[in-house]
Write a protein of this length. Sequence first.
Length: 223
Amino acid sequence: MEALAARIVDAVPTARGSILVRDRCGRVEVVEAVVAECRRRGLEPAIERVDNERLRALITETPVEELARWDVDRHAETQRISALISLGGWPLNVDGLPPAALDVPLTRESLREWNAGPGSAAMQVFPSSYSPLRLLAETMRFFAEESCQKCTPCRIGNRGMHHLVEELANGEAVMTREQAEEWLDAMAATSICGLGQGAPFPMRNAFKHWPDLFEPLGEPAIR
């Protein structure tokens, strides 16, 4: 449990001073381990326990556009803290949208033109100082760890994309853009389930909306 807590806190390298630990999983041992790890690193953790039943009712009864604004405003209140750890409630479709999409209604129809979707009604809000490559690396790590490992495209593809983005953040290009596109094509076309088929979306949206981050990989193949 200590190793898991250390990895969770490692995911918020911007943390300094006060940090909010939001409990949506209800697992006391996980929350206590994360709080202990925060204190071990000299941070000042505060715990917010979320009533999932109440939150679910709010989500189902509130128009999605109002819910999005409420969530953004609610996160804005945490700006006085240096970081936020949310335990539980992972979204599946972490598609990656640029600032230009902030005013787009969060409906399937409106998000379709951005090659995105509302996912499982979860939304993550990040400060502008958070590196898109860091977010993308954590997203692909999530897909790699959630993979059941039964089919090769998903098992190897998600690990490969996680490694690619991590190394890119360090200034290294471990494969070309054309090779990366071939891997993503294989994952989308031949993975057995929706996790492997959907994992390429964050990568491709990042290619589209933040192309300068991927210049070290070279030019994409002409399609």
